[in-house]
Design a protein around this ligand. Structure first.
Ligand code: PMP
Length: 453
């Protein structure tokens, strides 16, 4: 497909009215999941590829390489493939499993960076791969590439046109800063009185994927071809009138509010919506515009809808810790005990810890697990000392769906949560929880809470 054909499918997203009843200001949002690959980052991916082709840094025979834990990678993978350029993505291993699956199904190669080094670690790894053979690669380098910002001058044009020029305020979550800074520049060019704010996570450890807490996560200055490069956020932040800080909990509340309005959007969209609602008091009579960077379907793994229902709660870090352990056990079944506390709601225990135990099954380790009663008693005593109880058992199903088997049912106890993780080809696919009810298993919804929850 030619780039101009691809460009027809990027941008021109709907602007929807999200003004709450009785509000003193209007709130509107661009639904960016309508882009080709499903997120706002298609705009940047297309812009950077167009610029690469124009300046010769992208040419036939080169691979595209980028550090990203998600949406940019998906945009590059989809657009790169359509335009005829294969794509390699460098991501930290804790990136959302669904996004990695989407990346791979879009044909991208995924390379993992150091788990502890976060997104900046992925950036360093991409830089070192690129530097080792610059002729082989095209590195869009989204954190430093002005084309990422420039792509959003079109976002600004669309907002201006879709509001009939009435826009007064703009708020947008910042990851690279491309959306916030690019659209702000564009809007101020069209209408200098527009006030624009970036939206950042309030906490340094946060659950608003795709965004950065700039005070602790800002991208470092890098050296390329002897030149020092500052990130586009650092370079462009003077265009902004300020920053709104939104907690992960509030971002999730925003996701719920959007869902009540029939809009199924991702976590940063929730943060943006809360930020827009906060702007209302500061700007009575205003026309506040924000973006919904992606859809809720990018976060099914986090089960963002389950929080209000029954089922055990735990942090994403703990959920991923279990998944990582069962990946290590593959192709055998792994097992462990879920330790936690009961809350005021018996159907909503909180899992605080995962205790790995040995699968002592000797002859069918790929599809059976068996916990030694001595292990169980040891963990139970340790739990008691820590003020915790055993609330359930987690085990894995290698190359098998995460549904309980007859053996699981026969061995199940009342009042226990049974987590089953499906591990396919060594990679975690999904984790579900089950509880015995009237002699049958009922699915519980696992409530993934913010890291501080
Ligand atoms: N929300 C989500 C879900 C994202 O993936 C991103 C991109 N990292 C952003 C917000 C922020 O966009 P930008 O990189 O343009 O600042």
């Amino acid at each position: 497909m030619t780039l101009s054909e691809i460009a027809l499918r990027v941008g021109n997203t709907p602007l929807i009215d999200l003004t709450p009843p009785g509000s003193r200001a209007e709130i509107w949002a661009k639904v960016e999941s309508h882009n080709l690959s499903g997120s706002v980052k298609d705009r940047a991916a297309l812009g950077m590829i167009q610029k690469g082709l124009a300046d010769g840094s992208l040419a036939p025979g080169r691979r595209i390489i980028e550090a990203t834990s998600g949406n940019t990678g998906i945009g590059l993978a989809v657009i790169g493939r359509l335009a005829g350029y294969p794509v390699t993505i460098v991501a930290p291993p804790q990136a959302s499993v669904e996004r990695l699956d989407i990346l791979r199904s879009a044909g991208a190669e995924v390379i993992f960076s150091d788990q502890l080094a976060g997104s900046n670690g992925a950036l360093e790894k991409a830089l070192s791969i690129y530097k080792a053979d610059p002729e082989a690669w095209f590195w869009p380098n989204q954190y430093y590439n002005q084309a990422n910002c420039d792509a959003h001058s079109k976002t600004a044009d669309e907002i201006f046109a879709q509001t009939g020029g009435r826009v007064t305020h703009f708020v947008a979550a910042t990851g690279t800063g491309g959306t916030a800074i690019g659209a702000t520049r564009g809007l101020k060019r069209l209408k200098p009185s527009v006030a624009a704010y970036s939206v950042e996570p309030a906490e340094d450890f946060h659950g608003i994927e795709g965004t950065k807490h700039m005070a602790t996560e800002a991208v470092p200055e890098i050296k390329l071809d002897g030149r020092k490069m500052k990130g586009i956020f650092e370079t462009g932040k003077a265009a902004l009138d300020g920053t709104l800080f939104i907690s992960t909990d509030d971002a999730y509340k925003g996701v719920d509010l959007l869902a009540e309005r029939g809009v199924f959007a991702g976590i940063s969209s929730g943060a943006n919506y809360i930020a827009a609602l906060r702007m209302v008091d500061r700007s009575p009579g205003g026309v506040i515009v924000t973006v919904l960077p992606d859809g809720a379907d990018r976060y099914l793994y986090e089960k963002i809808w389950s929080r209000r229902f029954y089922g055990p709660a735990l942090t994403r870090a703990l959920f991923r810790e279990m998944g990582a352990y069962f990946e290590k056990c593959y192709p055998e079944e792994g097992c462990g005990l879920l330790l936690g506390v009961q809350t005021g709601r018996p159907d909503k225990p909180v899992i605080k810890k995962f205790a790995q135990v040995t699968n002592r099954n000797a002859d069918s380790r790929n599809d059976r697990y068996d916990i030694d009663p001595n292990d169980y008693r040891r963990v139970e005593a340790e739990a008691r000392n820590a003020g915790l109880k055993i609330l359930g058992i987690a085990h894995s199903h290698p190359d098998h769906p995460p549904r309980p088997s007859q053996t699981d049912l026969d061995a199940a106890w009342e009042d226990f949560s049974y987590f089953i993780f499906s591990i396919s080809g060594g990679g975690m696919v999904s984790g579900y929880s089950w509880r015995l009810e009237n002699g049958a298993f009922r699915e519980e919804l696992i409530d993934i809470v913010g890291e501080h929850g």
